[in-house]
Design a protein around this ligand. Structure first.
Ligand SMILES: [Mg+2]
Length: 189
């Protein structure tokens, strides 16, 4: 393969990731570095990573739906989710396991076809249920010790893109990805 990924899955983790068709992600500490920016006039800002965004868009085009479960509620998350065409989004989910049930209530995805990336202990109840769990490199120790895969990149710094790339490789979709997005196998002269 012409690209080398920043981290490798164990064979068992790769087997699990191969089945995944829905990727759910936490926001603070996963899609962002966990920083919460408050302005004097009440506005809240977050910094998203453009490569994570591109990865989630590419995933959708190649058969991996992406959604959000987050404990906080903010306009910027609704906007980012809309930009990426997400329909499975739960904000204000203090009990994330119940939010997972809500997102899966249409029966389209069994739990073994769902992956979740979180960074802190509130995410553990969801991680214990889904078929594949992952976290950014800078997740809480309790999370890093439990997940199927710890990414080499941090929250808001490409961890989600890293997982999408691993999914492309595990499912054998890397060639399709490169063909559709004009990535030539032979280097330019
Ligand atoms: Mg978090």
């Amino acid at each position: 393969m012409p690209i080398s990924l920043p981290s490798a899955l164990s064979p068992q983790a790769e087997e699990r990731l191969r089945r995944v068709r829905l990727l759910l992600v936490d926001v603070d500490g996963v899609l962002t570095d966990g920083g919460l920016y408050y302005g004097n006039s009440g506005e809240e800002m977050k910094r998203f990573d453009v490569k994570d965004g591109a990865g989630m868009w590419i995933a959708g085009k190649l058969g991996l739906e992406v959604g959000i479960i987050t404990g906080k509620t903010s306009e910027v998350v609704a906007r980012r989710a809309a930009e990426l065409g997400m329909t499975r989004v739960v904000q204000g989910a203090m009990e994330k396991s119940a939010a997972l049930d809500g997102l899966l209530s249409d029966g389209k995805y069994p739990l073994n076809e769902v992956a979740f990336m979180g960074d802190d202990v509130l995410d553990l109840p969801v991680m214990r249920r889904v078929g594949f769990s992952a976290c950014p490199a800078d997740a809480h120790e309790a999370v890093r010790g439990l997940v199927h895969h710890v990414c080499s990149k941090g929250g808001g710094r490409g961890a989600v893109r890293e997982l999408v790339d691993l999914w492309l490789q595990a499912t054998g979709k890397l060639p399709e990805f490169m063909k559709r997005f004009g990535w030539e196998e032979t280097p330019h002269a």
